[in-house]
Design a protein around this ligand. Structure first.
Ligand SMILES: Cc1cc2nc3c(=O)[nH]c(=O)nc-3n(C[C@H](O)[C@H](O)[C@H](O)COP(=O)(O)OP(=O)(O)OC[C@H]3O[C@@H](n4cnc5c(N)ncnc54)[C@H](O)[C@@H]3O)c2cc1C
Length: 471
């Protein structure tokens, strides 16, 4: 964490050990848990022997803790006995469990937990939502089905914020029922980090928009029947100004999905080609040529409350790595011990960053530039951590053996995943994607530099019409 200034007591400073510990803790309280909203700071645990350092764990209000008990009871009722986490199930069983689990969540009104009652959600508070995510993470179960990140979190929330009443009435129930399965058509061969450079052309023909162009890296596109697409509707305008946000059916001759095989041998993402694809003019979200603002709203939902509970999955995964290091007798190697200790420190930092993110979220703030610090931290950490896992495996890392998740790149392997060679190999390969999707590490560093540290902005040469900009 960044030192606050010369007045802050630091380790090795002038005050006695007792004073130093207390003062540091109270500074942390002030910094991390400002007294506002329904979130109450608190500590639990005992002082570490011979020092005044205490572990800090937040407590919520009594009402919120009562809600936590309700969620724990729900999980106890609906999860099988001896449940170890979704990762403990092998391929086919996992797919079946995930589908059935989605139905259970929907039937108990917990599927789109952040949605208001009028759109089919339970109308919970932000804090209740956080508690659901926390408890589900601890139990190792998903909060929704496989494509619901795109359907519920991204396009569903965006339709609630920007959509017409007709769009809300038509699309939201179909997202919940699972009738419509969504994917994200943002990136193109010439528009990734520089998303506003996108060139998929959209032209109005009577009452129908005609789309032509190509998207790429479309995750789970092969499973989807709807895609939200950013299209270029005004090539003469500046590049951010001529973009429109479309909802487009995929089940039509003008849309072709071609899988891309990734480094771990799986085809989770795709190219999507639009050749005179059609979507009715009612399927524009927001105003024509004002899609950039809609697109950015959606990216905000892509982050959600994730940053505040991210550390839970990383703690669980690091626990599995530690167990493997012990079983393989590698914890007596000082270099391995040192690297494991480094991982532990990084996950602890993640926990504190999570507290900051949680405080901010519960105070009603949008994720903002601070989420770049979190994304950069966990994704770069995960690459190093999974490299360590291969070093612990040693020569066995060359042999694909045992059960494995297929390396979709969800940040971590799923809780309960067995400690097989195959799993760590896939996990390590998937970790490379973590520093690319949802904004590359270089882009996150640019955001931190410009928006948090106030450094000069990158020079731009693309202020004129998009059609004249260097592609
Ligand atoms: C697993 C995975 C799933 C994905 N799923 C989807 C999806 O479902 N839908 C979708 O639309 N997209 C998806 N993406 C695409 C993702 O959003 C892009 O890959 C990402 O935005 C980077 O764009 P790019 O690949 O075109 O790389 P580029 O933008 O071409 O970047 C190439 C390199 O240049 C660096 N760079 C670029 N600009 C700068 C700069 N200004 N300063 C410094 N360095 C810079 C980058 O950091 C990178 O190292 C997915 C990607 C992955 C890996």
């Amino acid at each position: 964490m960044r030192p606050e200034g010369p007045s802050e007591p630091r380790q090795g400073g002038g005050a006695g050990p007792g004073q130093r510990g207390v003062a540091t803790r109270s500074n942390l309280i002030a910094r991390l848990w400002p007294a506002r909203g329904s979130f109450r700071p608190g500590f639990s645990g005992s002082p570490v022997a011979g020092s005044t350092v205490m572990a800090m764990y937040p407590k919520h209000t009594e009402e919120a803790e009562a809600y936590r008990e309700k969620i724990q009871a729900f999980l106890a009722e609906h999860l099988p006995a001896h449940w170890q986490g979704v990762g403990a199930l092998s391929g086919h069983d996992r797919a079946r469990f995930t589908a059935e689990w989605r139905d259970i969540l929907r039937d108990n009104n917990l599927l789109a937990a952040s949605w208001p009652i009028e759109y089919g959600g339970p109308g919970l508070s932000d804090l209740e939502n956080v508690i659901i995510v926390e408890e589900f993470s601890k139990a190792g179960v998903p909060t929704a089905g496989p494509n619901d990140g795109f359907g519920i979190s991204m396009v569903g929330n965006t339709i609630i914020e920007w959509g017409t009443e007709d769009q809300k009435k038509y699309f939201l129930p179909r997202i919940l029922s699972g009738e419509d399965i969504w994917c994200q058509g943002y990136s193109e061969p010439n528009a990734g980090s520089d998303l506003a450079n996108l060139g998929t052309k959209a032209e109005l023909d009577g009452d129908v928009w005609i789309l032509n162009g190509q998207k790429i890296w479309t995750s789970a596109g092969q499973a989807a029947n709807w895609i939200f697409v950013l299209g270029r509707t005004a090539p003469d305008a500046a590049k951010h100004a001529g973009i429109t946000f479309f909802l487009c059916p995929m089940d039509q001759p003008g849309v072709e999905v071609r899988p891309i095989r990734n480094i771990s041998g799986h085809d989770h993402f795709n190219e999507v080609f639009f050749s005179d694809a059609r979507t009715p003019k009612e399927n524009v979200v927001g105003e024509v040529n004002s899609g950039w603002a809609v697109a950015m709203t959606l990216l905000g939902y892509e982050r959600g409350v994730g940053a505040s509970v991210n550390h839970l999955r990383h703690e669980e995964e690091l626990g599995r790595l530690m167990a493997m290091a012990k079983v393989r007798g590698r914890t007596s190697d000082p270099k391995i011990r040192q690297r494991l200790a480094w991982c532990h420190s990084k996950v602890e930092i993640m926990r504190f960053m999570g507290m900051q993110a949680l405080t901010s979220f519960l105070s009603g703030n949008a994720p903002g530039a601070g989420s770049s610090t979190s994304k950069l931290n966990w994704s770069e950490y995960h690459k190093v951590m999974t490299e360590l896992s291969l070093d612990i495996l040693g020569a066995d890392a060359m042999i694909r053996d045992g059960d494995a998740e297929d390396g979709a790149g969800n940040g971590t392997s799923s809780p309960g995943t067995p400690n097989s060679n195959n799993m760590w190999i896939n996990n390590s390969l998937a970790a490379r994607a973590g520093t690319i999707y949802a904004g590359t590490s270089e882009v996150q560093r640019n955001i931190i530099g410009e928006r948090i540290l106030g450094l000069p902005k990158e020079p731009r040469s693309d202020a004129g019409p998009w059609k004249d900009a260097l592609k």
